[in-house]
Design a protein around this ligand. Structure first.
Ligand code: AP5
Ligand code: MG
Length: 192
């Protein structure tokens, strides 16, 4: 399998680049944010709990996310590979992911870190909020999403550097130019 973590702050382009990777490499997409938004729409128990966290711009607790991810992984047993978008977001999530993949005799081939300056992130999210009306794309929630990112998620950069899986990607410029950097890395990835 070719398993990839696409990483970056809110608005860094994880979803946008995932679409291109999926098309070319035939991977299945796991976006924990999208799974949670579907749970909210369907008013499930998990959705009701997650809603409060997402609207405040806070991370949903690790145990809920890890349980949810285990279920999604089991439904993707026959995939050629997986792209993890928005997961892991904390060190405990990264450790749980490593263990879950180990148990399935596979692992992560690369962590792609989309690097974008804060001002650009805020502009992109405000613009999307105006266009698409995603409930967490408003100035107050964007601020707490970015605070959560710096506090709990950014330490994963060091974690994946130690695992020798980290790849820095310049996340500004055209979508195509960003994708070219990703394509080059994935084309030379070891498949486990
Ligand atoms: P999630 O859905 O993962 O949101 P996010 O990380 O805040 O990121 P976004 O989806 O907003 O941005 P993106 O990086 O995908 O960028 P995109 O391609 O859309 O999570 C939402 C919430 O769910 C979290 O806050 C948390 O509460 C909860 N959650 C989810 N996972 C969790 C977990 N593992 N643990 C705990 N809680 C969790 O692009 C953004 C915009 O920019 C778009 O409009 C796009 O068109 C535009 N754009 C993209 N690329 C470019 C470019 N190159 N130039 C100009 N514009 C661009
Ligand atoms: Mg996204």
């Amino acid at each position: 399998m070719l398993n990839v973590v696409i990483f970056g702050a809110p608005g860094s382009g994880k979803g946008t680049q995932s679409e291109l990777i999926i098309k070319e490499f035939g991977l299945d997409h796991i976006s924990t944010g999208e799974v949670l938004r579907a749970e909210i729409k369907n008013k499930t128990g998990l959705g009701m709990i997650a809603d409060g966290y997402i609207n405040k711009g806070h991370l949903v607790p690790d145990d809920l996310i890890i349980d949810m991810l285990a279920g999604v992984l089991d439904s993707k047993k026959n995939a050629r590979g997986l792209i993890f978008d928005g997961f892991p977001r904390t060190i405990p999530q990264a450790e749980a992911l490593k263990e879950m993949l180990n148990e399935r005799a596979t692992g992560i081939a690369a962590m792609l870190n989309l690097e974008v300056e804060e001002e650009e992130l805020i502009n992109r999210l405000l613009e999307r909020g105006r266009r698409m009306g995603r409930s967490d794309d408003n100035p107050e929630t964007i601020k707490s999403r970015l605070d959560e990112y710096h506090l709990k998620t950014a330490p994963l950069v060091e974690y994946y550097k130690k695992e020798n899986l980290h790849h820095a990607i310049k996340g500004t410029g055209t979508v195509e130019a960003i994708y070219e950097q990703i394509k080059e890395i994935l084309s030379s990835c070891r498949i486990s």
